[in-house]
Design a protein around this ligand. Structure first.
Ligand code: ACO
Length: 459
């Protein structure tokens, strides 16, 4: 990497400069060395609806209905009909202005007790995981005993805004009291005012899409096309196998005629993938429709609780949320890679947990793009980068790739932005339950140069 170091602080210096964040976000709760008065945060289980390629099965369905779909399945699975839950935190990355508190509206339509408080969270693609961390911290501190974290997104039903000129005219019309005055304002209307504002998948400060940003970082890290295609291919194979062995039977409820993610291509081949044209840079770009996530509609929800609440409800605990960490990079002035923040968040979290990168049974690295996963792993293997940029004494090292995204990830499931965190938390908790004990790492990159990471454990 040619860029200048941006994080020169030693881990100790970092620690003293952000005391409040450490206590609140780093240690949600833990089995060992647990702070007094901090409770363990149990993951009871999750539910999602099958994810759908945009403009397919859910094209006529709103975000609110999608979120209700995930909540309904969770309510049925865990006997929560009419139950008052401590809090529900969820969100959508793209929502209509009418959905000012989308989560509350979804709760009112879900079958949970109407006295259940609910609110929206927004942390781009990290929304679902951030919601789980929020709920987890409140459970850990004894502020609530149970909670649901979730997320939903639909790019099929994306809001279309009126352009600035028309908006100003309409507001002015609204302020006028007489018909005559209103007509005078309306007379200012010109054809160009009718051009709509279509939502864009681009960063407001650069005007570049996430794919364009990521293609630049992929090039800086020399991530070959065939490695990206292979990762995408394996994601599809792993997801197909997970369906075949019934992994999703108690993690998913059919919705609007779908019983499986319809982005999954169990029959794709590396040869077919190799033929695809670059999607974000025609001049030698390595990222394509196959090794990038497709635009997706879907939702997810995860039930979390204190151990006492779980016991009282006779609900077994699948895993515990023990650590979390968010980080951000300066992709505007320092030109750091837009989706590189998890590269920083993970070592900070590991340091606090007293763990190494190799101390995990499962790695769930959200596949925003295959290249993002690959440059994240490459950065952790790069001694110079780890010393200069992460303030470490040596490289974090490699992971055992057979433990990575073993039941498929976003390239195969799709990525309805805010729903991805809930999908991953629920799947990982189940993987730990199936294994009997162990530890899993979650890493999610997000727009705005941010990253949200967490650790789940089962003892
Ligand atoms: C923090 C974050 O998470 S950032 C990530 C946020 N998400 C994004 O930015 C979304 C990025 N993705 C996109 O913008 C779009 O999906 C794009 C631009 C990559 C591709 O869009 P499209 O060109 O509309 O994709 P489309 O589905 O039509 O696929 C194009 C071709 O690839 C083929 N294809 C797609 N996936 C595969 C696959 N796995 N195997 C084989 N062929 C495939 C399709 O069949 C299609 O072929 P055709 O042209 O012969 O019909």
């Amino acid at each position: 990497m040619a860029q200048e170091p941006t994080q020169k602080k030693t881990p100790a210096a970092r620690k003293s400069s952000t005391p409040a964040r450490q206590s609140a976000s780093a240690r949600t709760t833990a089995s060992a060395g647990q702070a007094e008065g901090v409770r363990r945060v149990a993951i009871i289980g999750g539910n999602r609806i099958p994810f759908a390629r945009s403009n397919t099965a859910y094209s006529q369905i709103s975000n609110q209905e999608l979120l209700i779909g995930a909540l309904r399945g969770l309510i049925d699975r865990y006997g929560l009909e009419g139950e008052q839950i401590g809090e529900v935190a969820a969100g959508a990355v793209i929502k209509h202005s009418r959905d000012f508190n989308l989560t509350r509206e979804a709760v009112l339509g879900s079958g949970l007790a109407p006295e259940t408080p609910a609110y929206d969270v927004q942390q781009a693609c990290g929304t679902g995981l951030e919601a789980a961390i929020l709920i987890g911290n409140k459970i850990a501190l004894g502020q609530i005993d149970s909670g649901i974290a979730g997320g939903t997104d639909t790019t099929s039903d994306a809001p279309i805004g009126v352009n600035e000129g028309l908006r100003k005219i309409l507001l002015e019309v609204n302020r006028k009291k007489t018909l005559g005055d209103r007509m005078k304002v309306l007379a200012k209307l010109r054809p160009h005012h009718l051009v709509p504002l279509i939502p864009e998948n681009s960063e407001p400060r650069t005007g570049m899409s996430m794919g364009e940003h990521t293609q630049i970082t992929a090039r800086e890290w020399n991530i070959p096309r065939d490695e990206q295609d292979k990762l995408a291919y394996e994601s599809h194979q792993n997801l197909a196998k997970a369906y075949d062995k019934g992994f999703f039977d108690d993690l998913m409820t059919p919705f609007a005629g779908l019983t499986r993610d319809n982005i999954l291509r169990a029959d794709t081949s590396l040869e077919r993938m190799a033929q695809l044209k670059p999607a974000f840079d025609r001049n030698g770009g390595t990222m394509t429709a196959a090794n990038s996530t497709a635009l997706t509609d879907g939702s997810s929800a995860v039930l979390m609780a204190s151990e006492d609440w779980a016991k009282a409800h006779k609900l077994p605990v699948k895993a515990y949320l023990t650590y979390s960490q968010t980080a951000a990079v300066d992709y505007v002035n320092k030109k750091e890679g837009l989706l590189t923040a998890p590269i920083y968040a993970v070592p900070q979290m590991l340091e606090r947990a007293g763990l190494s990168l190799q101390d995990f049974d499962f790695y769930e690295i959200h596949e925003a793009f295959a290249a993002q996963v690959l440059f994240t792993l490459k950065a952790w293997e790069d001694e110079e980068f780890c010393r200069k940029r992460l303030g470490l004494s040596k490289a974090l090292g490699s992971i055992d790739r057979s433990k990575l995204n073993v039941n498929g990830s976003s390239l195969a499931t799709g990525h309805p932005f805010a729903a991805t965190g809930g999908r991953i938390v629920a799947s990982l908790a189940k993987m730990l339950e199936q294994k009997g004990s162990g530890r899993g790492l979650i890493s999610i990159c997000a727009a705005g140069g941010q990253g949200v990471t967490a650790i789940l454990e089962r003892d």
